[in-house]
Every structure is written in C-alpha cells, then in structure tokens.
Design a protein around this ligand. Sequence first.
Ligand SMILES: O=C(O)CCC(=O)C(=O)O
Ligand SMILES: [Fe+2]
Length: 300
Amino acid sequence: MLQDVQESPAPTRAHSGFSARALSWRLGSEITGLDLRRSDQIPAATIDALWRLLGERGILLFRGQGLDHDQHLAFTRRFGPLAATGMTSRYAPPGYPDLFTVTNIKSNGMRSETENAAQQWHTDQSFLPVPARASLLRCEIAPQSGGDTMFSSMYAVYDSLSEGLKATLGSLRAFHTLFNTRCRVMGNRKPMTAEEAARVEGAWHPVVLTHPDTGRKALYISDQMVDRFEGWTVEESKPLLDYLCRLIEHPAYTYRHRWQPGDLIAWDNRSTQHYAPLDYDFDGMDRPENHRLMFRSTLA
Ligand SMILES: O=C(O)CCC(=O)C(=O)O
Ligand SMILES: [Fe+2]
C-alpha cells in the first residue's frame, strides 16, 4: 500500500553559495548559482552543504555546466576519493581510467557494451562489499527525443511499508551479484575474464540500510542485483522481491530526467536507485539524432 511520507522538501532554498529547487516532492534538487568548471573555487562549507543535501534529496541536478573530463573529475574529488569504475575499467575513455562511458555509439563498427547497461533498476556497485557512495553522470550527447534516466527514492519506498514488513526486512540480508536470475543486462557485454568475474562475484548486504549522513532508513535491494534473501531460496524470495521491485518503480517515488548536453546529475547510491528506459529509437541508434554519450565518475 502506498502511504505518504512524513517529510516534505522545502521549495527553493538559499544555501551557502547556491540555491536548491525540488525536482519532485520526494526526491531530487536542482542546484543553481555554482560554476562547476571552477570547482576549486567552491568553498568547503558549500561542498559540505551540497553533500548534506545529496543525502537528504537523493539526487542533485546541475544544468548547463558543459564540463570536460578533467573538470568533472575535479568536482567529484571535492567530495572524497574516487572508486574504481565498477565491473572493469574497460569502459573508460582514453586517458581517463576513473571515468565510465555509457553510450550507444559504435566504435570500429562494434556495438557499445554499455548501450543497455542501465535497463534495469539498480544502485551502483552493490555487488561489492563496500559499494560506491555516490555517482556523478554527465551528458555530452542526448538523443533528440528520449534517452531519459529515472531515479527512485529508497527512503520513500521504505517509509511506505507496513511496520510488520519493515520488521521482517530489517532482520534480513540479501546477496547482490550481476550473476543472478533476475539480471537482464549482460546481453551485449563481452564475457568477463576470470579476474574481472572474481572482482564482481557478489556481496551480502542488509536489506534495510540506515543512511550514515541522515539517519533515515532506506530499502537496499534491487531488481538487477538481488534474487534471494539470506536463508531463503530464490523461489521463496521471488514473490517478496517482485512486490518490492514494483514499489521501487512506482511513479510516486520517482523523478525522470530529460537530459540536455551539459547536464550533470549526482546521485546517492545508498538512498536511490536509477534506471534508463529504452525510450528512444534504439533500432535507429546509428543515426546521429539517436546518439547518447554520457560519462560517470564514482565516489568510493
Ligand atoms: O544510462 C543511464 O542513464 C544510467 C547509466 C548508469 O546506470 C550508470 O552510469 O550508473
Ligand atoms: Fe548505474
């Protein structure tokens, strides 16, 4: 059952050095008043305020920044050390091992392995024992129509549950791995080497996570990574996972972003999930008007 969450975000608020406007009621803030190309000039107090807001609101949108790779990485580093790029560094653009390329643009006639990397709800790197704290995705080329990314608030999903289900989930752990029966996004990827496969073998995490910055509880399972709870079979876990995954994709808990080149979105991997629907002409991806090129940095 859907219940209203108790907290409401403030409308446009002035912070130290920037303004924030809610993107939807339950998650997301658009930030204005900052030039991220010169992030070394942003005061530490402003960076702290952005980080606090990210924990509360789940995603921060910065429009029209037009960053290059170096500026993107410099801004990311203001929040802490970078994470390895996830499954493997083979998706990094030349010379930038800390960036992950998400694109449908062919290279040497070969289809991109990341053309459909996000066609399932997930939170980044949850297959690692210590997953990524946050990710920052920058749009360089967007399709003429579509190519959106959707985000969902795991605070809102958790808050919507009954006390009984909260108590049951609060005592459970789940196994997160890309090698699971629900995962549907490996289709176009080259087989992993044994070493790559060992790095992403999987990890156990509590199903309910207490966010270290806000103290709020968030649901931490995903359609892409999880097919069983600890001590339960896959078959037993499926009905409850199906139920929770339906809540995660419920429009009431989501924000859908229509990208423009130059946009940058930071998301908190502890309190949100994301998903890129195939809402553009995927079969016509060879035509320039359907090209999509994004770069992601990841915080350890
Ligand atoms: O393609 C997208 O919009 C999202 C890609 C994604 O999941 C990621 O970069 O972590
Ligand atoms: Fe992702």
